[in-house]
Design a protein around this ligand. Structure first.
Ligand SMILES: Nc1ncnc2c1ncn2[C@@H]1O[C@H](COP(=O)(O)OP(=O)(O)OP(=O)(O)O)[C@@H](O)[C@H]1O
Ligand code: SF4
Ligand SMILES: [Mg+2]
Length: 453
């Protein structure tokens, strides 16, 4: 399977008055297209830092002494060699800021559109003074206004006679998505696909109502001036700068496209199983329950059909029943979108529910990665084994905690960072950092115990 995202030897350090925190110390990871890869590890091992590094959203005191983040065959970091050599304890804030700005610029067209992230704290990632609907609509308007323009135009172009034809195709198609895409391409209706599928895939609505709703998509009227503006945005792929210079134009484009953004937000919330989506769109974040807020944040991450979605602790802020609903939702989303997911959690049981593969992180490195059932049945790394034995079960099996503490990231132990806590540590572990050793075709472990294999 091709890779959606590759991280190579990524190092990230935080420079503070209290010292340099080495949060990532050579992360190597491959996220394959369409898979769900879980990242597990104790608090403070660098999970969030890795997600933020991929999004180029690290704070100003963060430096990347080395590493690559490869997306779409391009290295998003593309760090100059002199920078690698100079950075470290001789941190130069000005130069660092220049590098961060460069990396952020490289990410500009990708962040939120092709790679998106659900942040650890749903409340802080939503704006408390803006309604939910506006926040979702604006996320599309800012990143991909052309997709909104195409949606409007598709409805104006679609004719009443085309819709029964489309419904007949849908009724017999095995792959509804491919069928709608082919139909839209053939009839110059690009932009209608999501609108049709969001109705067609609803299982809470009778087929006759779905057919009626799809028929109603055809023949929308639009004022000539609005049509001209929307066509220009669709052709340009973005909002041309001249529009923002003429207030009347910028008002029209904003009104028409944000209205369309609301429409897409409603479809999305409905498809995520949120009841009364229309009402929820008008609410403010503080009016929503924790679970609902998390779903809204997930909706914002999905809204531009990204290729990679990073979810940082999607279930940690909610209770167990809502956690189950969010996990169900993640499972459902992955069947309906073709994105690859990086799901971060300190809870292995959560990851076991949704992941195809699981990577275990310790002190800023990936120490083991394998398919979920394999890592749960046959964990190789001593840290993974201890993490698994620490999962509580209903049978009341005695739960063993992991002795010792996560090391101080300012002064990591030499050799294997896990050696002070490892029951199997031997001489080599105290001196040399373990390399990634392939155990099986699909299982990698960074532990000297497996060197001979
Ligand atoms: N802005 C910062 N300045 C200084 N140190 C930081 C900063 N952000 C993170 N760190 C340090 O980097 C390390 C990794 O933090 P990170 O938030 O990535 O861990 P995590 O695995 O996501 O933990 P958790 O499960 O608690 O969310 C920690 O030691 C943390 O103290
Ligand atoms: S390398 Fe050594 S210390 Fe590290 S996990 Fe393996 S046995 Fe334990
Ligand atoms: Mg975190």
């Amino acid at each position: 399977m091709a890779d959606a995202l590759v991280i190579r030897d990524l190092h990230v350090q935080f420079h503070t008055r209290r010292g340099v925190y080495k949060a990532l110390n050579g992360v190597n990871l491959r996220l394959r297209r369409g898979e769900v890869l879980g990242i597990a590890g104790e608090s403070g091992c660098g999970k969030t830092t890795m997600g933020l590094a991929v999004m180029a959203l690290l704070p100003r005191n963060a430096s990347f002494p080395q590493g690559q983040i490869i997306f779409d065959n391009k290295d998003l970091m593309n760090l100059p060699r002199e920078y690698w050599e100079r950075v470290g304890d001789r941190f130069n804030p000005k130069q660092n800021e220049r590098i961060l700005r460069r990396v952020s610029k490289a990410m500009g067209r990708i962040r939120g559109v092709r790679i998106s992230m659900v942040f650890q704290e749903p409340m802080t990632s939503l704006n408390p003074v803006l309604s939910v609907g506006f926040q979702i609509a604006e996320a599309i308007y800012v990143h991909d206004p052309a997709s909104l323009a195409h949606r409007v135009l598709a409805r104006t172009r679609a004719t009443a006679s085309q819709m029964p034809e489309l419904l007949a195709i849908l009724g017999t198609a095995r792959d509804d998505e491919a069928a709608v895409k082919e139909f839209a391409a053939k009839h110059d209706l690009l932009g209608i696909e999501d609108q049709v599928l969001s109705v067609w895939r609803r299982d809470d609505v009778h087929i006759s109502r779905k057919e009626k709703a799809i028929r109603l998509l055809a023949g929308q009227q639009i004022r000539p001036v609005e049509r001209n503006i929307v066509e220009t945005v669709a052709r340009a792929g973005s909002i041309p700068p001249r529009f923002s210079r003429v207030p009347v134009l910028s008002r029209v484009v904003r009104r028409v496209l944000l209205k369309e953004g609301y429409r897409k937000a409603r479809e999305l919330l409905t498809s995520l199983g949120i009841p009364h989506a229309e009402r929820v769109l008008k609410m403010y974040p503080h009016e929503l329950s924790g679970g609902m807020r998390q779903r809204v944040v997930i909706a914002i991450a999905l809204v531009n059909n990204p290729e990679v979605i990073i979810m940082d602790e999607p279930t940690s802020a909610v209770d167990v029943t809502v956690q189950a609903q969010i996990l169900e939702l993640v499972k459902r989303i992955r069947t309906s979108v073709s994105a690859a997911f990086l799901v971060i959690s300190h809870d292995l049981a959560v990851l076991a529910e949704v992941s195809d593969r699981i990577a275990i992180m310790y002190a800023g490195r990936i120490v083991e990665v394998a398919p979920t059932d394999k890592i749960l049945r046959n964990p190789l790394h001593p840290y993974t084994q201890l993490l698994i034995s620490a999962i509580p079960t209903l049978e009341g099996k005695p739960v063993e905690g992991i002795k010792g503490e996560v090391p101080d990231m300012r002064a990591l132990p030499a050799g294997c960072a896990f050696h002070p806590r490892c029951p199997f540590a031997f001489e080599k572990c105290l001196e040399i950092i373990p390399i990634d050793l392939p155990h099986d075709r699909d299982q990698l472990v960074a532990c000297w115990l497996y060197e001979a294999k």
